[in-house]
Design a protein around this ligand. Structure first.
Ligand SMILES: C[S@@+](CC[C@H](N)C(=O)[O-])C[C@H]1O[C@@H](n2cnc3c(N)ncnc32)[C@H](O)[C@@H]1O
Length: 269
């Protein structure tokens, strides 16, 4: 693997973080076998963004995963590189054009290897959850992510390419880029070798269908609040039981839906 730019190709970039933020935007060769996130976006400069930091950035640099952006503007129509137009039937805002999206999607898919679903980040989509991220990490070689803007994308593109819609939550953002970054972060951290401590993905929230127990660290007493005594007892069986009890209590109180599923004996969907 190298950080050295390998020459530009219009609309396509692989991104590697280096120590200098601007150098993040460089081309790089394809890394055989690395989990690949392809992003179709009007704002390629938004990537890697926070994905270039900490463990994710290290893993990107180490070639455990790779990132390619496809700048929708490069596929725009005419002198002004138009990517959108008014909604058929009238109404507010603009819609990303089917022909522009098609060109970008075809370009991305030409480089897609193995199992790589195309997902459209959309408030109408299936809500993202840990099970979805586990599935993407375990069963795919990457994803092609389509980030919408304005009023969204021409519906025919979703039908034509069989694109699944996935949502970050029941709220509306101005674009799909943040949702794409959330999906990538939550998936890539589950790839082998990305987390420093392999246990951290096993014991955290959702991994066993429950929310995580509270965590504490030094100082032992802070603002008159001591760390629960049991955690300082050194008795590992008691600590494990306390953590399990707290996990169950918090899940029961905060997420009755998860608690019901847990009681029925399954992990979360
Ligand atoms: C302003 S939104 C469009 C909303 C669309 N007109 C609607 O009502 O469903 C622009 C883009 O932001 C992205 N977006 C907004 N909210 C999102 C969410 N909750 N999850 C994922 N993507 C979202 C989508 O890519 C969408 O095309």
């Amino acid at each position: 693997m190298t950080d050295t730019p390998t020459g530009k190709s219009i609309g396509r970039k692989s991104i590697r973080p280096t120590l200098k933020p601007r150098a993040l935007m460089t081309d790089a060769p394809d890394i055989a076998g690395a989990w690949t996130a392809q992003i179709i976006t009007l704002f390629p400069q938004a990537f890697p963004g926070v994905l270039g930091e900490s463990l994710m950035g290290r893993a990107l640099k180490d070639g455990l995963w790779q990132l390619q952006t496809f700048d929708l503007r490069d596929y725009g129509i005419g002198k002004h590189k138009n990517v959108d137009d008014t909604p058929a039937g009238g109404g507010a805002g603009m819609v990303l054009r089917a022909d522009v999206l098609e060109a970008a999607i075809k370009d991305a898919r030409a480089g897609a290897k193995g199992v790589m679903p195309i997902l459209y980040l959309s408030p109408r989509g299936k809500r993202m959850d840990q099970a979805m991220m586990r599935g993407l990490a375990a069963n795919t070689n990457g994803v092609t992510l389509l980030c919408g803007r304005f009023e969204g994308v021409d519906e025919r593109v979703l039908e034509h390419f069989g694109i699944q819609e996935v949502s970050l939550g029941d709220f509306v953002m101005t674009g799909g880029e943040l949702a794409a970054q959330a999906l990538i972060d939550a998936t890539v951290r589950l790839l082998p070798g990305v987390l420093g401590n392999a246990d951290s993905a096993v014991e955290e929230s959702f991994s066993n269908g429950l929310l995580e127990h509270p965590q504490y660290t030094k100082p032992a007493i802070w603002n008159d609040r001591p760390i629960p005594e049991v955690l300082q007892s050194g008795n590992h069986a008691k600590i494990a039981k306390w953590r399990q009890d707290m996990s169950e209590k918090i899940t029961r109180e905060r997420r009755p839906d998860l608690w019901d599923a847990h009681k029925k004996g399954g992990k979360i969907k």
